[in-house]
Design a protein around this ligand. Sequence first.
Ligand SMILES: [Zn+2]
Length: 215
Amino acid sequence: MIPFTDAHTHRDPHDPGILALRNLDSPQELPAPPCPGILLSAGIHPRDIGKYDLETLEACLDTHCCAAVGECGLDRTAEADFACQEACFLRHAELADARSLPLVIHCVRAYPEIIRLKKRWKNTVPWIIHGFRGNAETARELLKHGFALSLSPVWLRHAETLHPEIAEAGFLLETDDGEESLPELYERAARLAGTAPDELRERIHKIFTGIFQHE
Ligand SMILES: [Zn+2]
């Protein structure tokens, strides 16, 4: 049976039917012992800038064999100065390229800026917008510039339609730090995308493993 994949979660799923990218809440967090269904990601969240340094993050990425760098990004509601957020984000982009690891991005009210940075950066690894909840135009722009989208569970719960460009391009699903059940999110997304649930699960699994388990 193909597992459900969770592209961004803050909890260990403890479910053999789920393959998850578990985000460490800080580069200093000690993860649970390695488990086949759990991949790790580590980064400095924009609201934690100043709390952790990049050396600690580098050590964490190496020690725990992380499968992705992040979450990191830009957030207009975070306290840290925006130029400082950009600089920190680009250091993450550098670490991701150097390790050939995908980059998981947290982006709040800064989609044009993240697109501008990507155009300049010319990254060699996938950049994934996690918690996507933008409108159709934003989705189109992000997809046009080669971002992968992982849909916000809260947004999905309230959505009445799925922008056709997202359904067509393919997307990831995630539980983030919410209470939503992953299988229910899949069911809902399948209904909105007009796809059979098994087909969607297979398609998302392929995208997930292509990005996070690429060897
Ligand atoms: Zn998160």
